[in-house]
Design a protein around this ligand. Structure first.
Ligand code: BGC
Length: 454
């Protein structure tokens, strides 16, 4: 079962990352072929996160009636179709439509994966599984950069490579059954029993299978008592909603995807002239992102969420400030400073601002509101991803790289303040304790202290 969940998390993360990163290598070719304006460039790039907002909404709405498996099947087909359509596109409008479809598929897959994890993963490894998801996102981004570097003169080949992760999802679905929990919720008890037996390689009548089925049935009773979106805004859940949505808002407005989607452009603006150097530096960014995410996986439970967030937001603010200052003053070593600044920025992000919102969204909501809470958080992620990606080319044309990075640096300073005032320390605290604290009505950020003194 654990492998099943890990592979869902992995494939969904790869898809997420691949489609975020692939545009980086393709943009300069599309610019040359279609002669696009900054606004058109923003719109075309942002069609993926825009489609994903729709996908997250559709996924949240249909996950229960339709089931996880069928939704993922639809997403996989869309994903392969979208990759083909974008690779064969004869105009920019077709590229945009294809990317919108791809976004839809990613939004669905990226919504179902955390749901799967939260529904099926044993609590003791949930953090690890959530981190696998973030790691897969970074691997998908790196894969897209490598594809961009390898097929550097054909945007069609780059987009066509997207068929590979789509096909991986199709294969994943072949080995996948719906979660026993969903089957139980639909009254398909015997099928649930068969799935449990199969994943544990035990006979259907085995005592361990019956015990697990009984545990799932108990948990499903709670699931049936799921709260509504309205409850999410009530006094108990509101502090969790503010933290869950706030962390994603800050994650996105810290400008990470200006770098992820537009890395070669950023290097070009910093004085790297040749396209192949820009692409190589971009691959370097992808590698740093992956390596530091691995480091983060080892640190998250040891250092604590708040401290890591302080480190991440401060490091990001300083490194963005460094790049902005170098660009504004036209520093003679701009290339080197920009490279150091970007590496430090991506490292600060990957150690903290990247994985932590995902980890925390799976632990802060009271159980009966976890579904709607996670949907709200994930939609926030895509909406602000969309806003940053849409506005980046226009802002750069208007106020320059220094101006744009100064705005992102200020947001990161805001992240330090937000963490200090509102974010609770959840590491080492059980989900039940978190829920009890929320119901007690004390400030959410006092969580660790109040639990220790209680
Ligand atoms: C974010 C993505 C981002 C990625 C970079 C994720 O946590 O949600 O928007 O592109 O990290 O590694």
């Amino acid at each position: 079962m654990v492998y099943l969940i890990a592979s869902i998390a992995g494939i969904a993360g790869l898809l997420f990352g691949f489609d975020e990163g692939v545009i980086a290598g393709a943009l300069h070719l599309l610019r040359a072929e279609f002669g696009i304006s900054p606004l058109a460039e923003g719109i075309m790039t942002a069609t993926v996160p825009l489609g994903a907002v729709g996908g997250a909404l559709v996924g949240g709405w249909l996950a229960r009636p339709v089931g996880r498996r069928k939704l993922l099947l639809g997403a996989a087909l869309l994903f392969v179709g979208g990759a083909l359509m974008s690779a064969l596109a004869s105009s920019l409008v077709i590229v945009c439509v294809a990317r919108l479809l791809l976004g839809l598929a990613i939004g669905v897959a990226a919504m179902i994966a955390p749901l799967y994890i939260s529904e099926t993963a044993p609590a003791r490894i949930r953090g690890m599984l959530v981190s696998i998801y973030q790691l897969a996102i970074t691997l998908g981004i790196l894969g897209a950069y490598l594809v961009g570097y390898t097929f550097s003169d054909s945007w069609r080949a780059m987009f066509a490579a997207g068929i590979v992760p789509g096909a991986a999802l199709l294969i994943g679905i072949a080995i996948l059954s719906d979660t026993p929990r969903w089957l139980v919720l639909r009254g398909r008890r015997e099928e649930a029993r068969a799935v449990i037996a199969k994943t544990q390689s035990l006979p259907v009548g085995h005592q361990q299978v019956s015990a697990e089925l009984a545990a799932i049935e108990d948990a499903a009773k709670e699931d049936l008592a799921q709260g509504t979106w309205r409850d999410l805004f009530g006094p108990v859940a509101r502090p969790a909603l503010i933290v869950g949505m706030g962390l994603f808002l800050l994650q996105q407005l810290s400008g990470i995807n200006a770098v992820i989607y537009f890395a070669p452009t950023v290097f070009k603006l910093s004085g790297f002239d040749s396209t192949s150097t820009q692409m190589l530096a971009t691959v370097g960014i992808g590698v740093v992102n992956v390596l530091v995410t691995v480091l983060a996986m080892g640190l998250i439970d040891r250092i604590g969420r708040r401290k890591l967030l302080f480190i991440g937001f401060s490091g990001a603010a300083l490194s963005l400030g460094l790049i902005a200052a170098a660009a504004a003053t036209g520093a003679p070593d701009l290339q080197i400073l920009a490279l150091i600044g970007l590496v430090l920025y991506v490292a600060s992000f990957a150690i903290s601002i990247g994985p932590l919102p995902w980890v925390m969204m799976s632990e802060i909501f009271p159980l009966h509101l976890r579904g709607p809470g996670m949907s709200a958080a994930s939609i926030t992620n895509w909406v602000f991803n969309f806003i940053v990606v849409l506005t980046f080319p226009v802002l750069v044309a208007d106020i320059g790289l220094a101006g744009v990075f100064s705005i992102y640096a200020l947001v990161c300073v805001g992240g330090v303040v937000f963490t200090a005032r509102l974010v609770p320390e959840t590491s080492g605290i059980s989900l039940e304790e978190i829920e009890r604290h929320l119901k007690g009505g004390k400030p959410f950020s006092a969580l660790a202290r109040s639990v220790k003194t209680a």
